[in-house]
Design a protein around this ligand. Structure first.
Ligand code: G4F
Length: 276
């Protein structure tokens, strides 16, 4: 009962007919060029997908008159350099083209809710990770390298800023929060995170330790991975999600690192390269 359909957030002509055919009850807009560093290389494309893309989808819903509930994937990146902990009332201070585009998408979703009475909610999700995370994002880049080093497939891991701090949680917990938002009688905006902060350095240290490796023997800094403007400190205050949605994270930071390292250690691709 799972169907894939083709459409593209940069092509409004593909969105309305699809909505009209499917007539969904719920629409989750997770579409993006979601890599922060990459957004500095392709800022216009990022804005087209992330900012105008959200607007195209909202406009398609409005024009077709399909009565669905709408979820917008807002991001903790919108807070940028705003003081922590960040909650729904914290003013945004975006630090990348990606974050600027997310701020537009967030505000236009709120605007469509207020203007047209759409059941549209924004989840302001802090970093959420799992073994399915793309290999160019920090957590997965590290856990994959740990597994490859452990299996003798590489020696070094090159990273950027080790001092940035993030509120990292487990993606399946966050998907539950998204779904809960659309089950509420009224739409709203919710911060979702664990309320715990760790540095990149801590993540690295724990991931290597998980495989009995000393990170200092393998990690080197490559300035190419620094960003023109960094987001130093993100920490969620998700009191509203806890109170209204009854949402709680189920996986701790330590468990998240363990799940991701184990998945990469057991990954068939890494095992196959090792055996081969
Ligand atoms: O894993 P990251 O690339 O994630 P970032 O930039 O926090 O953004 C992610 O989370 C957001 C939610 O808050 C999403 F909206 C967004 O789409 C994305 O999923 O980087 C995490 C931190 C950064 O401070 C970065 O500078 O790790 C630092 N870092 C250090 N070395 C690195 C590296 N990041 C990457 N990707 N690669 C490195 O080599």
């Amino acid at each position: 009962r799972f169907f894939l359909h083709y459409a593209d957030l940069t092509d409004s002509s593909s969105l309305a007919p699809l909505l009209y055919d499917i007539r969904p009850d719920e629409v989750y807009n997770l579409g993006a060029q979601s890599h922060v560093k990459v957004s500095f290389e392709v800022p216009e494309y990022t804005a087209n997908v992330v900012a105008t893309g959200a607007l195209r989808l909202l406009e398609a819903i409005r024009r077709t008159g399909v009565r669905c509930r709408f979820y917008q994937a807002s991001s903790s990146e919108m807070y940028g350099s705003a003081p922590a902990p960040q909650n729904e009332s914290t003013p945004f201070h975006p630090r990348s083209p990606y974050a600027c585009a997310k701020v537009f998408a967030h505000h236009v979703t709120v605007n469509y809710r207020e203007s047209y009475g759409l059941h549209a909610s924004c989840g302001i999700l802090f970093n959420h990770e799992s073994p399915r995370r793309g290999e160019t994002f920090l957590t997965r880049k590290v856990t994959r390298a740990v597994a490859r080093i452990r299996r003798g497939l590489q020696q070094k891991l090159y990273l950027g800023n080790l001092e940035a701090r993030r509120d990292w949680g487990y993606a399946p917990d966050y998907t539950r929060a998204m779904w809960l938002m659309l089950q509420q009688d009224s739409p709203g905006d919710y911060v979702v995170g664990t309320g715990e902060v760790h540095s990149v350095r801590e993540f690295v240290e724990l991931a290597f330790a998980q495989a009995d490796l000393d990170w200092r023997a393998h990690v080197e800094i490559d300035p190419r991975y620094y960003r023109p403007a960094e987001v130093d400190y993100l920490l969620a205050d998700c009191s509203k999600a806890r109170l209204v949605l009854g949402w709680e994270p189920s996986v701790t930071f330590g468990e998240l690192v363990r799940i991701m390292v184990e998945a990469d250690l057991n990954s068939p691709q890494i095992r196959a390269s090792h055996d081969g």
